[in-house]
Design a binder for this molecule. Structure first.
Ligand code: NAD
Length: 501
């Protein structure tokens, strides 16, 4: 257990035991709001550690896949219930390690609780199909089978929710797991797995290797992992997909976004401004679904801009543990520099910097990675700040003159995760639902706020066609086996024999 302020020291969790990295190397996790605060020290893993983790997962596989589905469901449910009881502790740890404000950290934990409860039900509902055969006295049906040892590689921005989206359904379906969490949020990952252990998950079913891209790459390349479930950046996704393609390995990719809110002339403007503020600056803009483009119709452009800038100027930046704070730090120094780089790019491209655009260094803020919430106006859809994922508290107002232009602008990026429209015209709303090219569409709500009982994922370069969560999630984490039982007592040839009685 991680005490409130005690730095944690741990090894990798392999086969129920703690192991140092084979190399003996370690890395630190630090609080992005107070970089002097060390959250913990973790093993810097490499291929040798991944070998050990895969071997442990392989040893655990036979016993776990033979465990009845309802029993597996009970363990997942127990984990969700422990998380429910530990919600405050987990949220506080997350705020200290990742920086998001406490209210949002609680939401992150709640998402994992919801996912656990939802998936636990599959223990008694993991249906196969019974399908009519074309031949007499022949029975045809399907059942679900686990994939085997799967690799789960996660980012830092939802340090508990995203692991839960992968690991709960993976173990529910009878797989065993090698988990490589993000190097910026290892303590959250550790707590998540400790809770699984406490819930009664047998040793070796989930094994954790801490570390960076080297460990992640070793998980992907290992011949013992039969499928990779990855959430992270598009460039990393491309590399992983190439390796998995060569190895004929299943790979599910949840990648970046460049999400946009369309605001039309008939929109409820107050609602739209509030939505834009939450969508752009929630989690300091570090959501794959962040509203980083605001596509605003000419009739409301001036008012929308004025109101948004006024509301942005009132946002309070600081340590997310402080209830009065709206926007926490960004994750690390590299991201801070990258975000500021985009401010410079926007200015060079000729966009109007309306507010923000600075590293915040006043007082205590100098000890963390803080960036002032930033709004650009007069942005063209083709500009880099309207095309590339910034992953920080920066948003771009793109003026448009018609519904057609708005929808075209919304669709004009390589990504297709989440798009939204504010309008009170039912016909326009339904047209947008149909024409917006994204995995998720919101009407009169910002681009963030997914619920776990619906599929999550995107079109175009946001992924490779898979979806997480939702009612069909087990399709991703299991394989169907088709079974034919011929009780006719003679050879019956499908497609050849006619309907002989
Ligand atoms: P990242 O791609 O740098 O890292 C993600 C994970 O992959 C980390 O655990 C990292 O160590 C590992 N990794 C890095 N290089 C690797 C390699 N070559 N092989 C194997 N593993 C490797 O991403 P990040 O900075 O942690 O996260 C931010 C990105 O994640 C953003 O682009 C964001 O949009 C995306 N994201 C997407 C979703 C979604 O569901 N679509 C959700 C959250 C975040």
């Amino acid at each position: 257990m991680i005490g409130q302020r005690q730095p944690v020291q741990t090894g990798n969790l392999i086969g129920g035991e703690r192991h140092e990295a084979a190399s003996g190397r370690t890395f630190e996790s630090r609080n992005p709001a107070h970089r002097s605060e060390v959250i913990g020290e973790f093993p810097q893993s490499s291929a040798a550690d991944v070998d050990a983790a895969v071997a442990a997962a392989q040893r655990a596989l036979a016993g776990w896949r033979a465990t009845p589905w309802p029993r597996r469901g009970e363990i997942v449910l127990a984990a969700a219930q422990i998380m429910e009881r530990s919600k405050e502790e987990l949220a506080a740890l997350m705020t200290r390690e990742m920086g998001k404000v406490l209210t949002e950290a609680r939401g992150d934990v709640q998402e994992a609780i919801d996912m656990g409860k939802f998936i636990a039900g599959e223990g008694r509902r993991a249906f196969g199909e019974t399908v009519p055969s074309e031949l007499r006295n022949k029975w045809a049906m399907t059942m679900r089978q686990p994939l085997g040892v799967v690799g789960c590689i996660t980012p830092w921005n939802f340090p508990i929710a995203i692991p839960s989206w992968k690991i709960f359904p993976a173990v529910m379906a009878g797989n065993t797991v090698v988990f490589k969490p993000a190097e910026d949020t290892p303590a959250c990952a550790l707590r998540f797995v400790e809770i699984l252990e406490e819930a009664g998950l047998p040793s070796g079913v989930v094994n954790v290797v801490f570390g960076d891209h080297e460990a992640g790459d070793a998980v992907v390349r290992h011949r013992g992992t039969v499928a990779i479930f990855f959430t992270g950046g598009a460039e990393t996704g491309r590399l992983i997909a190439a390796t998995c393609g060569q190895m004929l390995k299943k790979v599910s990719l949840e990648l970046g976004g460049k999400n946009g809110i369309v605001v039309l002339d008939d929109a409820d403007l107050e609602l739209a401004v509030e939505g834009a503020l939450w969508g752009a600056f929630g989690t300091a803009g570090q959501r794959c679904t962040a509203s980083s483009r605001l596509i605003v119709s000419a009739g409301v452009l001036a008012q929308f801009t004025e109101d948004l800038v006024a509301r942005t100027s009132a946002l309070r930046i600081g340590d997310g543990l402080d209830d009065a704070v709206d926007v926490g730090p960004v994750i690390n120094e590299m991201q801070l520099a990258r975000i500021h780089g985009y401010t410079e790019i926007g200015a060079q491209e000729g966009a109007d910097l309306l507010i923000g655009g600075e590293v915040a260094r006043a007082g205590d803020l100098a000890d963390g990675f803080f960036y002032t919430p930033t709004v650009f106006g007069g942005v063209a859809p083709t500009m880099r700040i309207a095309q590339e994922e910034i992953f920080g508290p920066t948003t771009a107002i793109i003026p448009v003159g018609s519904v057609d232009e708005a929808i075209a602008a919304a669709n004009s990026t390589q990504f297709g995760l989440s798009l939204s429209i504010y309008t009170n015209d039912l016909r326009v709303a339904f047209r947008a639902i149909n024409d917006l090219e994204s995995g998720i569409v919101y009407v009169n709500a910002p681009t963030i706020g997914a619920e776990i009982q619906l599929p999550f994922g995107g079109t175009k370069n946001t992924g490779n066609g898979h979806r997480e969560a939702g009612g069909r999630v087990l399709d991703e984490f299991s394989e169907p086996k088709s079974i034919y039982i011929d009780y006719s007592g003679r050879l019956q040839r499908a497609q050849i024999d006619t309907d002989a009685t």
